[in-house]
Design a protein around this ligand. Structure first.
Ligand code: HEC
Length: 249
């Protein structure tokens, strides 16, 4: 039985379900300090927030439209959670989706982690417990390595095919900056908003596909550990910040 999730020391969802069973049977399961609370919370999460497979197109359309309500992070989280409110109901109805709004602009405009990835992380960890970490890791890898946006909305708010760009990074600043350079459009324009709304749909759809596979039991994590690969926490585009003189960790 896998006890430790790399880097975090947390339990996987499968461990937690087994663990929850043992708690019910009165056995001492998790003794290592802080893990107790985390395992109980996550076991409860995996139990209560039931997942039914969602249609990625439906999720993408909600994410695209909701970008215009509360921006990127909310767009992705609500793209998944709104249909689950309809299909499953229960605890999804009480989850305060609006708290994800602050991550817009790479966290209130600081250009760090793209808000769409924050929203994907919230939704997938809520749904899949600790397996959500691996799903989030794969979604970030998809985001960084894919020319986006690809999504074609129904009733597009802007009738225009946006330029494509590959960020090579999960950072909002880098991703938006490369797209602004490629398109020649400034940040506060309808075109850039349209690009981010479509990109939110792409991220929400990718997350949905991974969660659907996870639900079927056919999900295999693809992307390895960033921290273990580089011997420190990092993005992969070292030379874009360090130039040719990348320091060795
Ligand atoms: C988004 C920009 C960015 C990216 C991408 C990035 N770094 Fe850095 N890194 C920095 C900054 C800024 C510092 C702080 C540098 C300083 O204070 O001199 C730093 C510090 C470091 C340090 C510690 C300082 C030192 O000189 O030893 C190491 C090691 C390092 N980076 C390695 C890497 C490697 C390897 C990668 C790619 C896997 C990478 N970085 C990607 C911006 C970046």
């Amino acid at each position: 039985m896998k006890i430790e999730n790399e880097a975090t020391g947390c339990l996987s969802r499968r461990d937690l379900i087994i663990g929850a069973g043992k708690i019910a049977a009165g056995a001492a399961v998790v003794t290592a300090g802080g893990l107790t609370l985390s395992s109980e919370v996550m076991a409860r999460t995996a139990h209560e927030y039931k997942y039914v497979k969602l249609d990625p197109e439906r999720v993408g359309q909600i994410a695209y439209e909701n970008w215009y309500k509360n921006f990127c992070s909310y767009a992705v989280a609500s793209g998944l959670i709104e249909p689950l409110r309809k299909e499953v109901g229960g605890p999804y109805n009480h989850f305060p989706l609006e708290i994800t709004r602050f991550a817009h602009g790479g966290v209130v405009g600081w250009g760090t982690m793209c808000g769409t990835l924050f929203g994907a992380g919230v939704a997938s960890n809520l749904i899949a417990g600790m397996d959500g970490e691996e799903i989030t890791n794969d979604v970030i890898a998809y985001y960084a390595s894919t020319e986006l946006p690809l999504y074609k909305p129904k009733n597009a708010k802007l009738d225009r095919t946006p330029e494509l760009s590959r960020s090579n990074s999960p950072l909002c600043h880098v991703s938006v900056g490369k797209w602004m350079k490629r398109s020649g459009k400034q940040f506060f324009t309808a075109e850039r908003k349209d690009r981010c709304a479509r990109l939110a749909a792409d991220v929400a759809m990718n997350t949905t596909m991974l969660l659907n596979a996870w639900h079927d039991g056919s999900y295999e994590p693809k992307h390895g550990s960033q921290a273990k690969t580089h011997n420190m926490t990092a993005q992969n585009n070292c030379t874009e910040c360090h130039g040719s003189n990348v320091p060795t960790p």
